[in-house]
Design a protein around this ligand. Structure first.
Ligand code: GLV
Length: 403
């Protein structure tokens, strides 16, 4: 068993445990993966401001958002097919989140249904795609409400699927064929631990939320065919307005990178926004999430709750996101890697590591409570904060020197 000291150690442990086509599905991004890399690299460019001789004996990481108290400003973001990473994976991850006092968001494309996860872990958040089959959409909203879903994350950065070259090469994506089945079978054959846990004991291998529509007794390819037929590129702001009328609970728009879109969402009455580029899995060559955050915080930060996902690999990154205006971050890959490696215990351990890193970062920046996090925690606060904002745009003086 390798020693696991941080989130990236879980990535390596997941790589050893999962068949290649599943590891690459979690790990990879769209096209040239520039945005995937920028999500991580831009965090390294934000500098925390070290402060000394502050009494940091008592730190408060707790937060209140959408009417609930949580142990820290962290949630588990929605990830599709999580039950293929570990047996009944969403139920395990949701239990770990609940035990840690944190929210868990279930993907529409999850393996376990909203009913299964709620029964295992209590109330959750639900991530929602609007699909062409509007009867499914209406039924799904009713099921979510029935299950006491506490917040709805409406994901809008997937009008069309971004191409992920790694998925094409690994046999994860693409039309069914003998060559693809062979590639997958070879990848599974070298991962016997996974075969036993998920392949044998992790059934049913379906997408649980879609099962009432697609059918329980069909294979995964039938599900993807349904998804392919039903993803709706014609969804617009009118659909958001309509959803706002129909969903009474907290409504969070997920996948916003532009301040203009953020303003429009707030005007339509959303309760929160997730600043996100879908983990670098959709539009490549766009802003990293952390680079997009300052301008969105400046535009709407006082009028809505801001969440962020993409590139958060530690509690130090988390504090940087809070300092630049986020109220909470969502962990996607970190949760998927730790779940794949060690199941529920892995997710619980990973959350403990991130929490310890957050507390250390708070102590060494003199931040006593996460609710007080702000630009003053970053190097140079005022002048330097503008430089941090500059990671979102070319620095004007550099442009004029070059000309
Ligand atoms: C689905 O939302 C994915 O990013 O794979």
């Amino acid at each position: 068993m390798p020693v696991i000291a941080n989130v990236l150690d879980y990535r390596e442990a997941a790589r050893r445990r999962l068949p290649r086509f599943l590891f690459d599905y979690i790990d990879g991004g769209a096209y040239g993966e520039a945005t995937l890399r920028a999500n991580v690299d831009d965090f390294a460019r934000v500098l925390l401001r070290q402060r000394v001789l502050v009494d940091v004996g008592k730190l408060d990481t707790s937060t209140r958002i959408f009417g609930r108290d949580f142990a820290m400003p962290v949630g588990l973001g929605p990830v599709g097919m999580t039950g293929f990473f570990r047996r009944r994976g969403e139920a395990q991850a949701a239990r770990a989140a609940r035990a840690a006092g944190l929210p868990f968001a279930l993907s529409t494309l999850a393996t376990c249904s909203v009913e299964e996860v709620t029964a295992a872990a209590g109330p959750i958040w639900y991530q929602f795609y609007m699909v062409k089959d509007r009867r499914f959409t209406a039924d799904m909203l009713a099921r979510a409400a029935d299950q006491g879903v506490e917040a709805l994350l409406f994901t809008v950065d997937l009008p069309v699927p971004g191409t992920r070259y790694r998925d094409e090469r690994s046999g994860q994506a693409g039309a069914p064929s003998l060559a693809r089945s062979w590639r997958r079978a070879r990848a599974m054959a070298v991962r016997p631990g996974w075969v036993w846990d998920v392949g044998v004991n992790g059934r049913p291998h379906t997408l649980g939320n879609l099962a009432p529509t697609v059918g329980a007794g069909v294979g995964l390819d039938a599900y993807w065919a349904w998804v392919g037929r039903n993803f709706d590129p014609s969804v617009t702001w009118d659909d958001l307005a309509d959803l706002r009328d129909r969903w009474r609970g907290p409504l969070i728009l997920k996948g916003v990178l532009d301040p203009e879109d953020a303003r429009r969402a707030v005007a339509l009455g959303v309760d929160g926004i997730v600043v996100s580029n879908h983990g670098g899995r959709q539009l490549d060559g766009t802003l990293s999430s952390i680079a997009a955050l300052p301008a969105i915080a400046a535009a709407v930060g006082r009028r809505t709750r801001l969440l962020l996902d993409g590139g958060v690999r530690s509690g130090l990154d988390l504090l940087k996101a809070l300092a630049l205006g986020a109220d909470m971050v969502l962990l996607g890959r970190a949760a998927a890697w730790s779940l794949a490696a060690r199941g529920e215990a892995g997710v619980a351990h990973m959350l403990g590591l991130v929490g310890a890193e957050l507390r250390a970062a708070m102590a060494m920046t003199g931040c006593l409570a996460t609710r007080d996090a702000g630009r003053h925690l970053l190097v140079g606060s005022e002048a330097e904060a503008d430089v941090q904002e500059g990671i979102a745009k070319p620095a004007p003086q550099l442009m004029s020197t070059a000309e």
